[in-house]
Design a protein around this ligand. Sequence first.
Ligand SMILES: *Cc1c(COP(=O)(O)O)cnc(C)c1O
Length: 469
Amino acid sequence: MSRSAHPAGPRHADVLPDPPPAPPQADANALDPAIWPVTACRDGGVLHLGGAAVPDLVGRHGTPALFLDEADLRARARAFATAAAGVDVFYAGKAFLCTTVATWVAQEGLGLDVCTGGELAVARAAGFPPERIALHGNNKAVGELQHAVLAGVGRVVLDSFEEIRRAADVASAAGIRQPVLVRVTVGVEAHTHEFIATAHEDQKFGFSLRDGAAEEAVAAVLDSPALELAGLHSHIGSQIFDTAGFEVAAGRVVSLAARIRDLHGIEIPEIDLGGGFGIAYVAGDDPEPPRQTVERLVGIVAQECARAGLPVPRIAIEPGRAIVGPAMVTVYEVGTVKPVELDHGMVRTYVSVDGGMSDNIRTALYDAQYTCVLAGRESDAAAVLCRVVGKHCESGDIVVRDAWLPGDVRPGDLLAVAATGAYCRSMASNYNHVPRPPVVAVRDGADTVILRRETVEDLLRLDAGVDRG
Ligand SMILES: *Cc1c(COP(=O)(O)O)cnc(C)c1O
């Protein structure tokens, strides 16, 4: 007998909305340009992306599938890269990485952040210029450090004292002087609309400012002939709209740079403020354009340096989500539609699609919000409150928690979910042995598979017990 047993029902799947869902938008068919990729439009009622009709794309590639608007991604990458002189932009590959996207961001003038040997291998397979690659991570294996150092990566971001020793040993054995950044934990935790500034942070990354660890780490790097101190690094969070958190972080990093000058008589060449720039997922999300963000950060660092009497260093930033997030759309096929009566006579329509938490874990993991529309047709039917759910054996398998869809939504409809470029395919799993969806790039009416659909055969190939005759 379980003491936490309760009647099946609303509590079980946490279906009572809190806070209540936003009211339906005036037109359930509309495509908010703040949310959808730059080429998204309706033509004859049908959603088009990159000049191609989504039903045609689905005819060729099936569902679920992620469609990547190349023009959208390139425009965002370019906007960051050209926003201001003296700023190095590194695309955070963990948001989404494959060789094609690595090639595009290289062409647009960006560098690339990787944080594992696997991501580094993709960058290398793409022929990404190694001097523009940065290796991150709080627990890099010796093999990963060797791979990075021998490949000639431009910077390794150091995260612990063990790692400083390991990196020094690896570089020294290779006869290389490796440029490194010291990752500093500045005590700023930023979220969408607020940030928390503390003296201390209870998390695994970086060297703390408060207990002197950051200064010690800098001293240890300066003591290692095989390491070259290229700068200081800070990353304060993700999906941030408000730059006040960056202001506090930059102030603290610049103060550290001033102390380093006083202690060691050296100037810090670069300050990396990390990523985390927010995007619009739902109506009302209002991120500022890349150029404005970059100009603001440059202004903040310049002001803090002036206050500390330091020359302005190079500035680096690491946007991931803000480059790839809005560029992709996931298209599913609706399989079942089930109205469920809730308390107070309210009805919620459960719309089941042919993917779910295996291709988008963000709703389950972070309570993320998304926007979706019917992709194959328009409808005048009055909007009903829906919850878009997947096909997995979990009541938490939710793709869109609260969606207003036309009341005639039915099996066979195509459903497009916006802004799924970041942390969806890259965090995808094979839960329930559901193969991971493909990523198809679209541009000027032409579509190209850049990551093919996984098959059940792919999965069975890993099963050592399968008899292959
Ligand atoms: C995750 C991460 C980023 C990118 O974050 P976004 O929210 O995708 O911009 C950048 N830098 C570091 C160190 C990160 O861990």
